[in-house]
Design a protein around this ligand. Sequence first.
Ligand code: NAG
Ligand code: NAG
Length: 513
Amino acid sequence: MVLNLFLCNLFITWYYLIENTGTSTEDSSEEEDEEEEEEENSAECGAEDDERGADSKDVKPEESKNGISGSEGAEAEPQASAVNGRDEPFKLCCEKCKAVRQTHGTELVRPQRMSKGRFQLQLEGEGTYECSVTGLVFEASERVLVRYSVLSWSKFSSFLPSSWKFAGPIFNVETVNKDASVLTSIQFPHSICLAHPEEDLTFNVLHIKDNRPLVEPTSDHTGSHVKWNVTSLSPVGPIIQKTGSVEHHGVVLVYKQLGGDTNNYSFHVYLATNSASDIKDISKQVRGYKNRYIKIDKPPTCKLEEGTYRLVSQPEGDIKPEELKFTLAVTKMKGYFEAFFEERPPFQLSLIEINTDETVWSATIREGDCVDSSEKKPRKRTDSGRQRSSSHSEEEIGCKRPKFHDVSDGVKSGKTQGQDLSEKQLLQIAHHLGKEWKQVAIFVGIETKCLDDIQAVENCVHMQKLKMLVEWKKRHSGKATAYHLWNSLKDLDFLPNEVHQKLEGMMNDQAAK
Ligand SMILES: *[C@@H]1O[C@H](CO)[C@@H](O)[C@H](O)[C@H]1NC(C)=O
Ligand SMILES: *[C@@H]1O[C@H](CO)[C@@H](O)[C@H](O)[C@H]1NC(C)=O
């Protein structure tokens, strides 16, 4: 009721966020990445560490660069992306929930960015303020400095009661040197499409307090936001209870691989809800890959239901996998389409829901999309490109990837120990291996001689793959867990994403025991 957001603006707003929460092209220094890691670790143990870190070093170095008045550096890119996002502004609106919105009364304010996904905002006095980057709306009873960061649901999904689903990004908000009660309410952006007002959706928030989940009521919701009376401050995000599928507003994130042959174009295409947490997870995953990627801004999709999607292209490219399941389940590795072209742009990409055959998203990637952003800051980009592709990349793979898993649920030890994989599990993995299975063999230490032997006695390719994995297990008895296999394969660039996911799933199951 006190919202002045137009849904179109909403999407554009989110576009700022997408860019801000990190693309692989941003001149992200290693330190910044470190800060983020720190921030995320501390978010698990409570807010105090977080705050101390912020006071001592986060703010100072960044402030001058990315301050409110800053009009250069990192600020330049969000603006550029917003322009991109405005390409076809009216298409960005979800036609269906136009009716459900807004009035006025909030002041749109621009926060200071402290590090990736971490912001600070000075609320000047009593009033209602909306953060122009995250879409958070704060209602304050007096002047207060607030700090907040976008968190990942993957850390909190185990707290999510069954039959509840996340409905938007999860944030950690703090008030600096003041009691939390100076914030009367916070409105969280949500990603649910409320096109069917007759459906009774119950919004709540999941509030993680002292490491315990509390489901708390909301006081109101609109087409774009969920309002929550502040009880105390610690990680909190909107959730809904609904059986059956829920329509979310979605985004399609397109990343282009950098480097390599200039005549080859390789893209990753991710589906996500229009939620900062989801988007941040993906940009983080992309940053963890050995290859470097740049994000290409394309208009988002209107709605995204859980379901199976197909990506098609014009001209026809090599797209893997053929179909991708989009689910709202919180997974640590997000699935994506890989599209490869051995010709030059333009490429038209379309996303089709396979049951209805409906095209839910379509975009044309032009030469300019691929070139422009990589030339915006040529000096820095080549710098980081060089670093990453040489010695640093080893380091990055070596220490970051595991960390990515470790921090996520606090049960790391379970993953490295645990049971050897059963033959049934190996079969499930073999099932997802394609023609790259021989490379897999080499990565896990099976010599080609041995492969020849397997092929000599076994005609069926599926069985050959299985036998190869069984051979690996035999040789690594006691150290043939999902983690060990995952660890051997993590540097294999073309490992099908399903295999990653399968292994992730097995590691989690094991850890849960
Ligand atoms: C939230 O606060 C408002 C104003 O103080 C009050 O009227 C409302 O009942 C509260 N809602 C909840 C769910 O606590
Ligand atoms: C890139 O394209 C060239 C032909 O232009 C091809 O020979 C090469 O295999 C391609 N690279 C990859 C990684 O597929």
